[in-house]
Design a protein around this ligand. Structure first.
Ligand code: NAP
Length: 306
């Protein structure tokens, strides 16, 4: 297929471009910068130098081009998100950005559309010990103003992609990315310098190695059932405290010191993410329907790639 890829130069896009090319697809990669265009061309993709937040510019840049599919992996997270505002740019990419990309899909003739979604759309709270499957309510409003900005955008993203007539849409509800990528490097660096305390008690997260996140996007493009969302995570949910301890051990750092969880109240998004959320995501549907399997079944194998 000829694939229009938004976010082609990002953490996941950089892993995805070579996988798509190796699977025999062609890639039209979007980027706003000359540097990004150079990197995409060097990787074997065809760069298109435009952003996705201005519909007029996007459609003008794509005029006369053709594609079979659109993959939306554009996010804008700089550094570890600590406050709700850290996610506003990404919220806009998931809401207005998705709307613009759907117009672009219609213009270039693409029927398939795969979009990046996020597992905490199930809610930043304790989901108990049962695996969370895709039939649970997703992106429901909480009454908390800061949180509901993210919920509205996650909902807008999925509703548009899964519900637009004439579009075969699939949403990937990714767990927490890690691997040889910026956020993990940042955490590893802070751990080495003893700057990353572990909150106790801590929440439970469902990690996904960046390589496996990218292979899931290829599988979703080729075998995703239209109108479906898939959880994409590894096989072993983990307490944040253990995640940070295993990370410290794998980069040769001393075990991180513990701090009471309330200390994180000063950084509300981070507390919601690392303390309040306990979510054991199920990847059974993705394995069953996409024929996808993580190469790194847990952080114990995946941290070896750092
Ligand atoms: N599920 C998760 O855990 C999760 C999800 C997302 C991100 N993250 C983490 O957050 C960190 C930062 O990742 P990131 O993906 O946000 O940043 P990134 O790796 O710098 O990549 C952002 C991508 O989105 C594109 N983009 C941003 N704004 C755009 C716009 N207005 N129009 C078109 N494209 C746009 C960028 O393209 P150009 O700059 O080339 O135009 C780039 O390709 C990483 O560590 C990542 O793992 C985690």
């Amino acid at each position: 297929m000829r694939v229009l890829l938004a976010g082609a130069t990002g953490t996941i896009g950089s892993a995805l471009v070579p996988l798509l090319l190796a699977a025999g697809h062609e890639v039209l990669g979007l980027t706003r910068s000359d540097r990004g265009a150079g990197r995409l061309a060097a990787a074997g993709a065809e760069p298109v130098r435009v952003g996705i937040m201005d519909a007029g510019e996007l459609l003008a840049a794509l005029d006369g081009r053709e594609a079979d599919a659109v993959i939306h992996q554009a996010t804008s997270i700089t550094g570890m998100p600590m406050f709700h505002r850290s996610l506003y740019a990404t919220d806009a990419l998931r809401d207005q950005g998705t709307a613009n990309l759907l117009r672009a899909a219609a213009l270039v003739g693409a029927r398939h559309f795969v979009t990046q979604s996020f597992y905490l759309g199930y809610g930043y709270r304790d989901h108990g010990t049962e695996p969370v499957t895709e039939d649970r309510p997703f992106a429901t409003l909480t009454g908390h103003r800061g949180m509901d900005v993210h919920m509205r955008s996650l909902r807008a993203n999925e509703e548009q992609v899964l519900g637009t007539p004439g579009v075969d849409g699939v949403a990937l509800r990714y767990g927490m990315f890690y691997g040889p990528e910026p956020m993990t490097r940042q955490l590893a660096d802070k751990t080495r310098r003893g700057l990353l305390p572990v909150p106790r008690p801590s929440g439970v997260t469902s990690p996904i190695h960046i390589h496996d996140a990218a292979t899931a996007a290829v599988a979703a493009l080729e075998r995703g059932r239209p109108g479906q969302a898939y959880n994409i995570c590894d096989d072993e949910p983990v307490e944040f405290a253990d995640y940070l301890s295993v990370l410290a051990a794998s980069v040769g750092a001393a075990p991180p010191r513990a701090v009471p969880a309330w200390v994180l109240s000063a950084v509300p998004y981070m507390k919601a993410f690392m303390v309040d959320s306990r979510i054991r995501l199920s990847n059974a549907k993705a394995k069953r329907e996409l024929g996808w399997q993580p190469v790194y079944p847990s952080i114990h194998e995946g941290f070896g790639t750092l």
